[in-house]
Write a protein that binds this ligand. Structure first.
Ligand SMILES: Cc1cc2nc3c(=O)[nH]c(=O)nc-3n(C[C@H](O)[C@H](O)[C@H](O)COP(=O)(O)OP(=O)(O)OC[C@H]3O[C@@H](n4cnc5c(N)ncnc54)[C@H](O)[C@@H]3O)c2cc1C
Length: 416
């Protein structure tokens, strides 16, 4: 396929039909380019739809500065991407597709009740078609060819061709939930041309704890509400889920970078669980001092502190062999219960991944330094952020930013 059509429009390829690739395709088409999206799966946006199975957080209502700080190691870059395509612009974009949004109490932005992620994706793909974007599913990118060439396998026809777009934007995703298409296999093609990638690691995932057989059987899967969890100097509040293999839930997801660092350094990590984060220490001590002799710990904790089962079992599982009686020692245990973590859950289960294209490999427009005219966006870049809408916003904003860089590189007047 030639890089310029009869109409004179420049032809660009986007590879990867997730949120980063599709938003880039939209912006490039709106800027007058002829765009083809190649997607290996039979349908576009599979991980986007998976994200919709739980609470679908499109973005977050947090102010700009703390928002950018969520992308800890890459805060200045992300602040620039959000300036270009902000959370407000993301909400306006959803609106333009007929999908209203609201900010929940936690700051997370959700589509309105009646709008399912599938509605949003359908409206979006329809809009892309009206813009003339060619959507090619079951087309797998295999690697780079000479000059601007891309090796593409048409899986339905079992035919490999080399296409020559004027420029390319790759948005191939991370390496979790491989059944959605984000398999991370693209790193081999990058290494072939000398582009360095950082190994993928699970992010926003559960933690493994070697519970005793008794604990696994007795407790199984149960929530612990209104707790705080600490690792190193990071503390996160929320709801934790005890599972047969360890811990799940927002606080543990948010602590994966700290857990990963501790596990890499020592081969093990410890989470400190505070079961009463809202109760001032003096009040906790006074309640504990009121325990009558003869009253069992389980019924005392339930009556005085609303700490009901499975908490006594958890205290016996990870606490000292003899649970303390002195209020100060018991208070310490209830507010800083050490839970030993032996590892993180497997990569494929993670909500997102750290690792991917190393930052020194891209310029400020997200163009590969070793392959001018090829841009990258979304989770395939080496960044991580917590759940709560920050992941999708990061993908949308890098997609928009890379599309802008690509249009600029092609010499188009940049109004993107
Ligand atoms: C269970 C779950 C829940 C989530 N919930 C949320 C949430 O509520 N809020 C939030 O912000 N984020 C959430 N996320 C994260 C979010 O879905 C991802 O960060 C986001 O989809 C990544 O977008 P992307 O465009 O970079 O990549 P992807 O969405 O992974 O898209 C990449 C695409 O590239 C295609 N591809 C890969 N290799 C090739 C190839 N060689 N040739 C052609 N195509 C290829 C893949 O098939 C895929 O469709 C969730 C994720 C999971 C797994």
């Amino acid at each position: 396929m030639a890089s310029t059509s009869d109409s004179g429009a420049t032809w660009v390829a986007v590879v990867g039909g997730g949120p980063a690739g599709l938003l880039a395709a939209q912006h490039l088409a709106e800027a007058g380019h002829r765009v083809t999206v190649y997607e290996a799966q039979a349908t576009m946006g599979r991980k986007f739809l998976v994200a919709g199975h739980g609470g679908f957080n499109l973005t977050n209502g947090e102010p700009a500065a703390p928002f950018a700080a969520r992308y800890a190691a890459r805060q200045p870059e992300f602040a620039r991407y959000f300036q270009h395509f902000s959370a407000a612009e993301l909400r306006a974009w959803a609106h333009s597709l007929g999908i209203g949004t609201f900010v929940g109490t936690s700051g997370r932005v959700f589509p309105l009740e009646e709008h399912k992620p599938a509605h949003l994706l359908r409206a979006w793909l329809e809009h892309l078609r009206t813009l003339g974007v060619e959507l090619k599913t079951r087309h797998r990118w295999l690697g780079f060819a000479a000059q601007t060439g891309l090796r593409v396998l048409d899986e339905a026809a079992a035919q490999e061709t080399v296409v020559y777009p004027a420029a390319t934007l790759l948005a191939l995703g991370g390496a979790s939930w491989t059944k959605t298409g984000s398999d991370g296999r693209w790193t081999a093609a990058f290494e072939e041309i000398g582009v360095q990638t950082v190994p993928f690691e699970p992010s926003n995932c559960g933690a493994e704890v070697a519970w005793s057989a008794f604990f696994r059987e007795k407790v199984g899967r149960q929530p612990l509400k209104n707790i705080a969890l600490r690792c190193a100097d990071h503390t996160v509040r929320g709801e934790l889920m005890l599972t047969e293999y360890g811990l799940e839930g927002t606080p543990v997801y948010a602590l994966t970078p700290a857990l990963r660092a501790a596990l890499a350094a020592d081969g093990q990590a410890t989470l400190q669980l505070n079961l009463k984060p809202e109760l001032p220490t003096a009040q906790l001590l006074s309640k504990l001092a009121g325990r009558r002799p003869g009253k069992s710990l389980a019924s005392f904790l339930a009556d005085a502190l609303k700490l009901k089962p499975p908490i006594p079992t958890l205290l016996r599982e990870v606490g000292p062999p003899e649970l303390p009686v002195a209020p100060s020692e018991l208070a310490r245990l209830l507010t800083s219960l050490p839970i030993p973590v032996s590892g993180l859950r497997p990569l494929d289960e993670a909500i997102s991944t750290a690792g991917g294209v190393a930052w020194p490999e891209v310029d400020e427009h997200l163009m590969l330094r070793r392959r001018p005219g090829t841009f990258v966006a979304g989770e395939m870049l080496d960044w991580e952020a917590p759940t709560g809408g920050y992941l999708l916003q990061g993908c949308f904003s890098t997609g928009a930013w890379a599309a802008r860089g690509l249009a600029q590189w092609l010499g188009a007047p940049v109004s993107l």
